[in-house]
Design a protein around this ligand. Structure first.
Ligand code: ARG
Length: 560
């Protein structure tokens, strides 16, 4: 049952629509006031009455029933308290019934949503700067699937450009096949960095030639390029596996090589293309933006040209409801331009393209992602988190059996959660110690809470205790149940706002409420009926937190 809706339906205000009322009904921050409240100042103007009077007269009109326990007018607010026992009964029964599906929905049935994320660059380091796009996109992918959409994960590979000419030139000069085979992406990257450090005019010229060779289909150049690409992909796929990340397509920039000309023709036919110093541009001055460069004066296409082709291809192939681009805010202008050009081309679906922008990640010691030569590889950050997690777990519980496995869940969880726990647009400073703090607002705190709940359930099983039923919840039980009931709405808001951090914060908040309940209420020592009901609440918490962490790509160890 939807309580908010139920309450809203009881409220009748002349001249105000039911929808508007439902929108106004909210959960007050101070819950001693009530479970739901209607702020009446919103209607004061329309009714020409003070909020205090509106609240008072509404309070006199609305009767209590089996759902609403009390209605009171307080300072212009109409406060509702709902009957706790049936609420607890219904909520726990629903979680029990739906289990791993609790929180899911069929909102997106029959709809596709493309999510362009991680989008790595071939032969370049996969560094901490790629963390956010990878885990944000990965979480959105899971969240939309959970809501019934068919999410299409796209890794728009950076596999096009003159840098590959440089790489071939460097390899031919200094490369040794076995070393590159062994060193993989690290070896390729070293060659590339060396080229950039040592290149003179002659080498640059040679690199341009190799690039043209790739373009013109030269066999050797293409074989080398494909080799570099496969080494890069093999490497990143290892990291994706660790982070529980999936893709349905690896169609990168190169894939659009033969799909750009039709776009250029269409731009020209629609009289959108202008010549400017030999280059071809779409003028966007009218919209307060610099021009979108389509072809350079030497005829070469650009990043934007390929994104135009990609958007059209995706619309034709997937007929998406939305297409998300999970890319750092540094590319705000790029996406504004691309979306605008598509709009000018008359693509009415341009409105369905969304740039999901996020902030930068740096490490506590000031290390950034892209400084020359001093790159922080994501792989190293994950490994370090796992090592630290292993040390902590071993210290806390030396007898724990599968420490490595637990440390992996905790370490990987800390990396993911570290990138997802704040509003996505904020810049993040990643701190190992903070991310692995058992008492902080962290994944390990939530995981530990789950392990605690699991251990209670295990003891109950060993004793053969019954689980189920409901009593009238005391305050800390009630707070927890309310949080559990809030999960489906939280998932929807996370999707609607493209903001997985809402789920991350929800996890911490719910774990805190469980721990308060755990301290305030005896579970295993309570008398039979109360015990069965508290066990049911414990099990429901475990289900909900497991579902919630799962949407972020974080696993739950059974024991810690
Ligand atoms: N490879 C690009 C980069 O590292 C990101 C690509 C994002 N996706 C896109 N369709 N432009 O900056």
């Amino acid at each position: 049952m939807n309580y908010k809706k139920y309450i809203a339906q009881k409220i009748v205000i002349e001249g105000v629509g039911a929808e508007e009322i439902e929108e106004a009904v909210s959960v007050p921050p101070d819950q001693t006031m009530g479970d739901y409240a209607l702020p009446c100042f919103k209607f004061a103007k329309a009714l020409r009455k003070s909020p205090v009077l509106i609240a008072q007269s509404l309070a006199g009109e609305i009767g209590c029933d089996s759902v609403i326990e009390s209605v009171a007018a307080v300072n212009g607010y109409l406060n509702f308290k709902i009957a706790r026992k049936p609420f607890a009964e219904q909520t726990l029964a629903r979680i029990e019934r739906e289990g791993a599906r609790y929180g899911s929905a069929d909102l997106g049935a029959g709809k596709k949503i493309c999510i362009d994320y991680s989008s790595v660059n071939i032969a370049k380091p996969f560094h901490i700067g790629h963390l956010s796009t990878t885990v944000l996109g990965g979480a959105l992918y899971k969240i939309f699937n959970f809501l019934g959409y068919e999410a299409v994960g796209i890794n728009h590979l950076g596999d096009y450009g003159t840098q590959f000419g440089k790489l071939i030139s460097a390899y031919k000069r200094w490369g040794v096949m076995e070393e590159v085979e062994r060193g993989g992406i690290h070896a390729i990257n070293e060659l590339y960095v060396r080229f950039n450090n040592e290149a003179d005019e002659e080498m640059e010229r040679e690199a341009r030639e190799y690039f043209l060779k790739i373009e013109s289909g030269d066999e050797e150049a293409n074989a080398l390029f494909e080799w570099f690409k496969s080494l890069t992909l093999e490497y990143v796929k290892g990291i994706y596996e660790k982070l529980h990340i999936n893709f349905d397509s690896y169609a990168g920039e190169r894939f659009y090589t033969d799909k750009m000309q039709p776009v250029i023709d269409e731009l020209r036919a629609k009289k959108l293309l202008k010549e400017s110093n030999g280059a071809s541009i779409v003028d966007l001055e009218e919209y307060g933006m610099p021009p979108c460069l389509i072809l350079r004066s030497d005829g070469a296409s650009l990043y934007a040209t390929r994104d135009l082709a990609a958007a059209i291809y995706r619309k034709n192939t997937y007929d998406f409801e939305k297409c998300l681009y999970v890319v750092a805010y540094q590319q705000n202008l790029h996406f504004k331009q691309v979306f605008k050009v598509l709009e000018l081309m008359g693509k009415e679906w341009a409105k369905d393209l969304v740039h999901v922008a996020y902030g930068m990640v740096s490490l506590e010691d000031g290390a950034m992602s892209t400084r020359k030569g001093k790159v922080v590889w994501l792989e190293d950050v994950i490994a370090k988190c796992e090592e630290k997690a292993y040390a902590i777990v071993s210290e806390k519980n030396p007898a724990l059996e599968n420490k490595r496995e637990v440390a992996e869940k905790v370490g990987v969880g800390a990396v993911i959660f570290g990138a997802l726990c704040n509003n996505k647009i904020k810049d993040i400073v990643f701190s190992y110690d903070k991310a692995l703090n058992f008492d902080g607002e962290t994944s390990v705190y939530v995981q530990y809470t789950c392990a605690r709940a699991a251990s209670v359930m295990q003891k109950a099983r060993a004793e053969g205790y019954a689980v189920g039923g409901a009593c009238t919840p005391c305050d800390s039980e009630y707070e927890l149940i309310k949080a559990l009931a809030q999960f489906p709405d939280t998932v929807c808001s996370a999707a609607k706002n493209y903001e997985p951090s809402l789920i991350a914060r929800y996890c911490v908040d719910t774990a805190q409420k469980f721990n308060k309940f755990y301290i305030d209420c005896k579970i295993l020592q309570a008398e039979e009926t109360v015990r069965a009901y508290r066990l049911s609440l414990t099990r429901a918490t475990l289900t909900v937190l497991t579902n919630a962490l799962g949407l972020l790509g974080i696993g739950v160890p059974e024991k810690m």
